[in-house]
Design a protein around this ligand. Sequence first.
Ligand code: BYC
Length: 476
Amino acid sequence: MSAIDYFEKIPNNVDLANDRTLQRALEHWQPRFLEWWREMGPNDFASADVYLRTAVGVDAQGWAHYGTVKMPEYRWGIFLADPIADRTIGFGDSFGQPVWQQVPGEFRSQFRRLIVTQGDTEPASVEQQHRLGHTCPSLYDLRNLFQINVEEGRHLWAMVYILHAYFGRDGREEAEELLARHSGDVDKPRILGTFNEPIEDWLSFFCFCYFTDRDGKFQLKSLAESSFDPLARTCRFMLTEEAHHMFVGETGLGRIVRRTLEVMKEIGSDGPEAIRRRGAVDLPLLQRYLNFWFSSSLDLFGSEACSNAATTFASGIKGRPDETTQYQDHVCADSTFDIEVPDGKGGVMKDTSPMRNAMNEVLRDAYIRDCEIGLKRWNMQIKRAGYSFELKLPSNRFRRAIGAWANIPTDLEGRPVGREEYDRSMPGWLPGASDRDYVKSLMQRVVEPGKMAAWIAPPERGVNNLSVDYEYVRLN
Ligand code: BYC
């Protein structure tokens, strides 16, 4: 295992000290990153002592050290998973050939585009969550938010390293731009839609961690298959950190369901008004939030069938998650994939696409199956409590802004409907102003160790074997 050098100004396991030009370029970018963090990160908590994990190695066991850190002093660094000896290209036209240690000239612009898109999402999410700390439901949750924030900052470092190390002047310019675009900025927004959506309450935050970070998992897994080995290695290590972000989403939403069920039992009613009077989140309201974040996150996979996806697969740039273990045919030159598209007459029809063109859809399908797992668990909780309400993922055709279904009104089941019916039904499908106002009214900050806001149950256990009432953040 390669060790991480923490004596360096930029902690790393890529032997930065022996590449002075690269080291100087990254040291030049570092103060800009810190300035961005001060301005756009959780800046009101700069003096807080936070119980955080920091990577100290890159193997699966014992890779992190836990300790109390002030966030601006977090050691953001560059950590690549160890190389796999004699690794060969796992998919596409060059299947079986040795992987690349440099970017082939002919694929440079496609690689740059994907790396920039990936890199753009990381600081975007920190910007979206900029003010959440003020309304935390507990110190445990506040700490998890900050852990996610510092790690998204580190994921930005991961992409900036690749840009600086392998894309010369273009890469350095892109790295500057990653700090210049901002979530929701009218003139310079973030690249992908979901990353411009405001996250102003913790219900949205948990949905974002559940649905949007899960897109991160699938995209990173696809890039971890890349023939460009440094990119594959950096993504492999990012995935180690990413798992916690989805854990926060899944357990956060599960704790909300648990608390709601407790309240339903106490008051003997599942009426949304009665539940709201007790300060909990009624399940139909939760469903509307799920509808919003799921449909937005589905767009992150791009179009159902497109030449970009075909090119990146054929060239060995971006594969499918777990390419080696999940698929038999790694070339996909002749296979096809059926996708559902609008028939132009208000209905749905099947279209057969070459498999390579449909890779975004293949990924989206796998993502949807993964999203189902949490819902099954929460529905089990609801059923065990004796209620028949069932949380559901809307159809992948609902409220899409990208791809074949973009701007085609459908109901939650994906049946095309008239625009008027769509607009009329929207208040039942997505959070409306009164829903958001109610959720906002719940967002009162709770910072007494071990105490939880009334709308969320405590976690089953604390962080790193500590108790739930440990003072995870000291707000100096
Ligand atoms: N919004 O041919 P198309 C994460 C653009 S999340 C706006 O349909 P293609 C994280 C697309 O960029 C993972 N624009 O599909 C989570 C392209 O624009 P250009 C992020 C969109 O090319 C939580 C055009 O539409 N990583 O890590 O196959 C917290 C045509 O695209 C959207 C990645 O996405 C959209 N939703 O692109 C923190 C991996 N969707 O280039 C972090 C890198 C598409 O023609 N990106 N467009 O101007 C990719 O692999 C691909 O770019 C896409 C699909 C998946 C986005």
